[in-house]
Design a protein around this ligand. Structure first.
Ligand code: XMP
Ligand code: MG
Length: 179
């Protein structure tokens, strides 16, 4: 698998350090709020798993899977809920945990949905931010790294469902796409 990677963008150590930093910040900001951390599947699963272990407060976890209508490289902003939350968000302090914000269309839809369900607050933590591609005014409340406008894989991020288990974040070799 690793032979398909052209360049490592973020090493395992760099990711771990950043996730710890975010976890400590969230520990301060969410003290006594018993936040509901919502993992947006599938891409955010390693990030969520590591992040909550750096949050030294009571919290709850839930999982949601969405898929965007439209072609595979461009999200359309019309989102289908593939798996909804198990519990109600009413009155809860919700923290949406994302792998990457690209256009921001998927997340805008999700935020509107959660606010419409009367959460007490809804904030976003993303590991990666690709601001060059943003078509919405959306800004994450907490963000790990800004990445350039390249397709990245690893640490949850996939190409055709592969590479999610790569322990770092990298860029694929051209020939992998063209094969
Ligand atoms: P939008 O455009 O709605 O889309 O912000 C966000 C979702 O698009 C996927 N995405 C990527 N997945 N490498 C990936 O593996 C990337 O570079 C990339 N850019 C966007 C991802 O599922 C994200 O949640
Ligand atoms: Mg995602």
């Amino acid at each position: 698998m690793q032979e398909d990677i052209r360049e490592v963008l973020l090493s395992q150590e760099a990711i771990r350090e950043k996730v710890q930093e975010l976890g400590q910040k969230l520990t301060q900001d969410y003290r006594d709020l018993n936040p509901l951390c919502i993992c947006v599947l599938k891409g955010a699963f390693p990030f969520m798993s590591d992040l909550v272990r750096f949050m030294d407060i009571h919290l709850e976890t839930d999982f949601m899977a969405v898929s965007s209508y439209g072609d595979s490289t461009q999200s359309s902003g019309v989102v289908r809920i593939v798996k909804d939350l198990d519990a109600s968000v009413e009155g809860r302090h919700v923290l949406v945990v994302e792998d990457i914000i690209d256009s921001g269309l998927t997340l805008s839809y999700l935020l509107e949905l959660l606010r419409g369900r009367n959460a007490a607050s809804v904030k976003v933590v993303t590991l990666l931010d690709k601001p060059a591609r943003r078509t919405t005014g959306l800004k994450p409340d907490y963000s790990g790294f800004e990445v350039p406008d390249a397709f990245v894989v690893g640490y949850g991020l996939d190409y055709a469902e592969k590479y999610r288990n790569l322990p770092y974040i990298g860029v694929l070799k051209e020939e992998v796409y063209s094969d």
